[in-house]
Design a protein around this ligand. Sequence first.
Ligand code: LCS
Length: 392
Amino acid sequence: METKRFETEVIHKGYHALQHHGSLSPPIFQTSTFVFDTAETGASRFAGEQEGYIYSRLSNPTVAMLEERIASMENGEKGLAFGSGMAAVSAILIGLTKTGDHVLCSEGVYGCTFGLLQLMEEKFHITHDFHPMHNEESIRAAITDHTTVIYIESPINPTMKLVDLEMVAGVAKEYGIPVVVDNTFSSPYLQRPLDLGCDVVIHSATKYLCGHGDVIGGLAVGSKELMSHLAMTTQKDIGGVMSPFDAWLLLRGIKTLPVRMDRHCENAKKLADLIKEHPAVEKVLFPGDTDFPQYELANKQMRNAGGLISFEIKGDKAAAQKFMNSLKLTKIAVSLGDAETLIQHPATMTHAVVPEENRMKMGITDQLLRLSVGLEAWEDIWSDLQQALNQV
Ligand code: LCS
């Protein structure tokens, strides 16, 4: 079948109802293992001579549908599903490195990714550096003879700083180093790193792809060659795979990704403008704000600015916590991308594991809050934020 537009593929890609009794909704193959008709069939499937399922840690038909769908959404050759975003991050990073290698990272990453990089350094002597990646020359200077991966979040959790993906991919090509992009904050609807020359895309599918706060999952997309290799090594042997039921919930959530993202973006833009003007607010970090230092870059590589707004309250940690405790509609919770508006305090929550010195370098102050704008009426979210800001 020819490739259709994004909004069509998120609903149809990888599923053929008439091959499944006409069931409009895809079946959940809730099974651990698959029966072989003969011993020889089993042997040839293990030998890779015959196509077919073996065991659900290796692959499963419901999970495979999701993998085909995300590959199409990211315009890549092959997708892999994992039991969490961190299972995807660790399978890719461990898969692309060995003892003595070096990972060049964007100026900030999610707290557990930071923790994983530290663990890799302590246990396996795989070093890393954080780098702003503002221009080609400084990236060339930061690449060492041992650099085997460039790892980027853009926008970066939670400071919203951006990295010019096309520029970094261009430099990386000179050295033959793969560029891995964690695309969780944008989703493939807003940003497609592979189209910009990057090599691997990772998602915490827990967030916008799911959209309903009921799944922990991870996805990765890249070339058939690399993804098949990772499938047979760090995915299969570390074993952090996704369950068929979670894959089904994700297939369900993904159908509405474009309409949800449009609403998240619309709400966030209206709220960012209002939050910025409130006297209790020090500054707003939102790529859709015309005063955002990388506003031009956001316009260049993202379809829209997304649904996350970070902002600093005037005052200290106590002021930030007082504001959070005054909220009524907005829920105090980590995670993001759900229908419900969520707020969290990165310094004591998602990035609490990052030592203070590194946190400050990344720009994660004690007054910084991260708001995941939900799908409620923006007027109701604003009333809630405004009454809480008035109490600070
Ligand atoms: N990458 C990014 C950019 C993330 O924000 C997260 C989780 C992960 C990877 C890991 O995904 P998980 O294993 O949780 O599916 N971020 C979270 C956050 O900001 N709040 O709670 C979790």
